[in-house]
Design a protein around this ligand. Structure first.
Ligand code: CO
Length: 443
């Protein structure tokens, strides 16, 4: 994707979504997501900072920081004094639920070789069946100078498959639903077993995909992904489909807003995009939204902008965060799954998420912030409430705002089939969200 491609404000909604689809296709794992984002930021003049180095920040500087390869915070320092203007933050997550390969994955029997997988987060397991699956992730190795390093790898071709049982052996599948036992029925077909010893076949795939020798390879994290590229569908092509729309659509919209703001020579406020791994498993990790990454980076930005003792807390008190994660669009085949007064319609605008048990961070005042943003630029807005008799999901908004004491609103775009291997959403909504987030940063 070129520099111009990410200057999404000047693009049509269709072009903006094509840019999103390209981003997702280039980013089949959270580690790839951060690598892709870093490439975009480099191309737009952002400089990478390392947490283990001394920082010296310029006024109107553009920077980003990566923690453990799969969480990233990008920021632009503003002209306004930080203690009185605070940070403007857009938060989202880089991970998606799915399947991860186990450390000793090989299962050879009956002339077939399968790979054992662990379920990551809460995917709709059945949607991974009968799809052209690939592997993507990172591998840890010992470099020639003796240091420990990691690099990314991905399979170029479809590599794995979870074939369904034929209906002739599963006669009640359409009445009872398609179910897979997580231990016994999820191993993925990988190869016809041959004379190679158990495990060697996968090890040799790993070596050639990573370009490392067997003795160099010390560990790896590999995610299963759907190799089918994203695309448009529907009459008028008003909708799009891909894996990982939750939550790469929000990362893409947030970054588009930051890059649009950074086109100006100076920004008034200090703008931050914080994209975290591990949201799908609760955010409690060194790089998750419940961890120290965002507080550490905000503190160091404040230090770098000459904040005195106490100024950092003032800055937090004056800060605003928009936590962006996808929302459940109304599917008319299942009317009983929704709160009837809060049906969220695809292509009718972004959603504010409200839950008084604080599964979402929105309060009426933070909600008002997003309503006001949308009203000022004529973006339609919807309000989501989960059915009272269904457990409401959550996101990183309540976690990050509790950790930092920053006023936060949870928003997101409507989508169908959240946590399916193939999710879908509306073209217009993505453009609306980019406009709303850009206005948040610009005003
Ligand atoms: Co999500």
């Amino acid at each position: 994707m070129t520099l111009q491609n990410m200057m999404a404000q000047h693009m049509t909604p269709r072009q903006q979504v094509q840019s999103l689809l390209d981003f997702i296709d280039a980013s089949p794992s959270p580690w790839h997501v951060v690598e892709t984002l870093a490439q975009r930021l480099n191309a737009c003049g952002f400089r990478r900072l390392a947490e283990n180095q001394v920082w010296s920040l310029d006024a109107s500087g553009r920077y980003y920081v990566v923690r453990d390869d799969s969480s990233i915070i990008a920021f632009a320092t503003g002209q306004n004094p930080l203690p009185s203007s605070g940070f403007k933050i857009i938060a989202a997550h880089t991970d998606s639920p799915g399947l991860r390969v186990k450390p000793n994955p090989c299962m050879a029997s009956d002339n077939l070789l399968r790979l054992a997988v662990e379920v990551y987060g809460g995917p709709i397991l059945a949607t991974f069946s009968d799809r052209d699956l690939g592997l993507a992730g990172r591998i840890a190795y010992k470099a020639t100078d003796g240091s420990l390093a990691s690099r990314l790898l991905r399979s170029a071709e479809p590599l794995l498959r979870l074939p369904n049982l034929a209906i002739h052996m599963n006669r009640s599948v359409n009445e009872d639903g398609l179910k897979f036992n997580k231990q016994t029925e999820l191993p993925l077909l990988f190869a016809a077993s041959d004379s190679l010893a158990d495990g060697e076949r996968f090890a040799s795939w790993l070596q050639s995909a990573s370009d490392l020798s067997p003795e160099q390879i010390l560990g790896w994290e590999l995610s299963v992904y759907d190799t089918q590229k994203g695309g448009f569908w529907g009459d008028d092509q008003a909708f799009y489909a891909n894996g990982q729309i939750d939550n790469l659509a929000s990362c893409h919209a947030g970054l588009s807003a930051l890059l649009a703001a950074s086109e100006q020579e100076t920004t008034t406020n200090t703008l931050v995009c914080a994209f975290f791994d591990h949201e799908e498993i609760g955010s409690e990790s060194l790089k998750g939204a419940a961890g120290s990454f965002l507080p550490d980076v905000l503190q160091r930005i404040a230090d770098g902008m000459d904040c005195k003792s106490g100024d950092y807390t003032r800055a937090l008190a004056n800060s605003l965060m928009i936590s962006t994660d996808m929302a459940h669009a109304y599917q008319p085949n299942f009317p009983n799954a929704y709160e009837s007064n809060h049906k969220i319609i695809v292509n009718q605008g972004p959603v504010v998420k409200i839950n008084h048990n604080h599964r979402y961070a929105s309060t009426c005042l933070s909600e008002a912030l997003f309503v006001d943003i949308c009203q000022e630029i004529g973006v339609p807005l919807q309000k989501y409430v989960h059915r009272g008799d269904l457990a409401c999901g959550s996101t990183l908004g309540p976690i990050a705002s509790a950790r930092l004491g920053i006023k936060t609103v949870d928003v997101g775009n409507p989508m169908w089939a959240m946590h399916s291997a193939r999710e879908s959403a509306g073209v217009d909504d993505h453009a609306y969200m980019i406009r709303a987030l850009s206005h948040f940063f610009a005003r």
